[in-house]
Design a protein. Sequence first.
Length: 378
Amino acid sequence: MSTHPDRHHAKDPSFTAINTSRTVLVLAFPGALLLNAAGPLEVFAAAPRVLGGELAEKQPYRVVLASPEGGEIETISGIGVCTHSLRDIEQDPVFDTLIVIGGPGVSRLEADPQVIAWLHRWAPTARRLCSVGTGAFALAAAGLLDGRRVVTHWKFADALQRSYPKLQVESEALYLHDGNLWTCGGASAGIDLGLALLEEDLGPHAALALARYFTVFLRRSAEQPQLSAPLKAQSDALRTDRDLRLVSLHAWIAENLSADLRVERLAEKFGMSPRHFARAYAAATGGTPAQTVEALRLEAACRLLETTREPVKRIAETIGFGNEERMRRSFQRQLGCSPLGYRRQACIRYRANEIPAQGQTGFRHDTRLSIAMNRLAQ
């Protein structure tokens, strides 16, 4: 009997069969962000090893890394990787999924007429067309994204929209799926994209097995914002040098959600009067301490509702809402549904007896969660 922790999943009837090997082609370039390539590539490369069984025998994916001229290219981190040239790819231009990655060097790719011509000719032959981060700029330059909903790294969303006004750029989503087009925010979101593509091919159980293998803390859905509520709160606190203490305060709040987090207690921890603290906090973050606390508690509640069997009452007590009714009012006000309603929506794609045990992940966030998180954290 195999002792591999995830290998038993290979016989799961929900797995979708892949009868022939599918080529996943990743287009890189000098100055690319290595993580953009490694994230999705590692997901596909690890699938047969992690899932085992027939998938290991059939080797469902063949991963290929290419660059305009081929040979060794140096990524922005200084690490060199070996690549095939686009001329080599043209000798056997059959690939199932094309992923164009991003990085500081993407402007050269975007301005290279030979690369743009290659993309214009061969990209439409792929079953799936994808970009990671600023790789969307190259696809847009080839006219492949006109009229499509796309996302890129949040820092470059406005620039992408200005450069290519025919695109529908969305700045918040982690990744977007529009027909055969998949785009994501870049960096670690490339792993989320790879898991989503794998789920489309092999089903949710396979994607969850890979997520566990890569020790992903939370299987993030497409609609989840690129900046989580805790990270956004800490980022907002760094608008001025004086706000370094707020970063530590936000980290402490996130780790102590069950504590008394009223403004009086936070002000005391900050060494200020409640009134002075509230004014300083608003000046630094644009919001109130209560809004940040609610955002962090709401996000934690959603995560526990999705990933555990814990009763709503216990969750409310664990994360500091105090009681079930208070948490229910927060959910109704911010998400338009009750905690139980949220849990039902999160589980809609899974059978009731497949709710993961505590600590395991896999349910999708409701689209409204990302909206509420951004509104509360702003």
